[in-house]
Design a protein around this ligand. Structure first.
Ligand SMILES: C[S@@+](CC[C@H](N)C(=O)[O-])C[C@H]1O[C@@H](n2cnc3c(N)ncnc32)[C@H](O)[C@@H]1O
Length: 289
């Protein structure tokens, strides 16, 4: 059994320097993640380092001494263990106004969507991570609502990772997480708060109340929603899926769109998207025919 070397007794940090993640154990974790979340992690030095670095934190948290012990825990895991495993292996990088041309596009289209559908505009942000993306959508919609009398917008924001979803729901960000927000927008839609001498920014009700946050796994066999959406953002998550999963997810998302509505993917994800009911419009933006 490998020894744990305690490097800093006060911070309870441990170096798991001798513990090896074998290819066999790597494959078990990768397969499990694929089955749970569709995230494809073929064996490579980069993915080996990713799984090792993420799971070693869970060994620490649960005072386990080997990856095998953690696998025993995960294999027969309850909801909390499974959720923690998924959270550890998802990549949640995001920022306000990421791939900003999509928000310019949305601002232009919202008045027309309202005219065309004559109803509340329904949008879905399907891999919302810590919330910067749905709050950017809400800000864009709020600005448009000030120009168009009567227009209302509702936004559903979902993610498989319950930990990031909790943060998104709180709408509270540290200074470093506010990058991308122009100063005037920040002042208009966020308020400063202090906790334990640290300053945070909290989304104001004007945008917070436009969003409903809920867990949703894009691997779900059924996408059951009461109404069709007019715009779906599903950005920078298909890159973690293989071709077959991507196709299934794009089919399901398309089936949730109203004809004439828009599907917005990440900039690097649009290469292989072909769907008889999707017309490519601009960079990674499609319209349902
Ligand atoms: C890199 S982030 C992208 C965040 C945001 N859409 C953006 O573009 O900035 C990818 C997100 O997809 C989520 N995700 C991964 N697999 C998922 C699945 N099967 N169902 C729903 N969300 C998933 C992750 O938890 C993560 O928060």
């Amino acid at each position: 059994m490998s020894a744990l070397k305690k490097v800093d007794p006060t911070s309870a940090l441990y170096e798991f320097e001798d513990i090896q993640l074998t290819e066999k154990m790597f494959t078990k974790f990768a397969k499990h993640m694929y089955e749970l979340a569709g995230v494809d992690l073929p064996f490579s030095p980069k993915n080996h380092a990713l799984i090792r670095n993420r799971i070693v934190k869970l060994l620490r948290r649960h005072s386990l001494k080997s990856y095998e012990q953690y696998w025993d825990m995960v294999e027969h895991g309850n909801k909390e263990v499974t959720s923690e495993f998924i959270s550890a292996l998802t990549t949640n990088m995001t920022s306000f106004y990421r791939e900003s041309n999509h928000f310019e596009f949305l601002a232009q289209q919202l008045p027309d969507l309202y005219k065309k559908f004559g109803t509340d505009i329904r949008m879905w942000c399907a891999a919302a991570s810590t919330g910067q993306e749905p709050y950017t959508i809400a800000i864009t919609a709020h600005e448009a609502m000030q120009q168009v009398t009567g227009m209302k917008v509702r936004l559903l924001a979902t993610d498989i990772d319950l930990q990031v979803l909790k943060k998104a729901t709180s709408g509270v960000y540290e200074e470093r997480e506010m990058q991308g927000l122009p100063p005037a927008t920040r002042m208009k839609y966020f308020e400063k708060m202090k906790k334990n001498e640290v300053e945070y920014w909290r989304a104001k009700d004007s945008i917070h109340d436009m969003i409903r946050f809920a867990p949703f796994n894009l691997m779900s066999p059924k996408y059951e929603f009461q109404h069709k959406f007019h715009v779906i953002f599903c950005r920078n998550v298909l890159i973690y899926f293989d071709e077959e999963t991507t196709k299934k997810v794009v089919d399901s998302l398309t089936s949730c769109l109203a004809p004439g509505g828009y599907l917005v993917l990440g900039h690097s994800e649009s290469g292989n998207i072909k769907h008889t009911h999707l017309k490519p419009l601009s960079r990674a933006v499609y319209q349902k025919l």
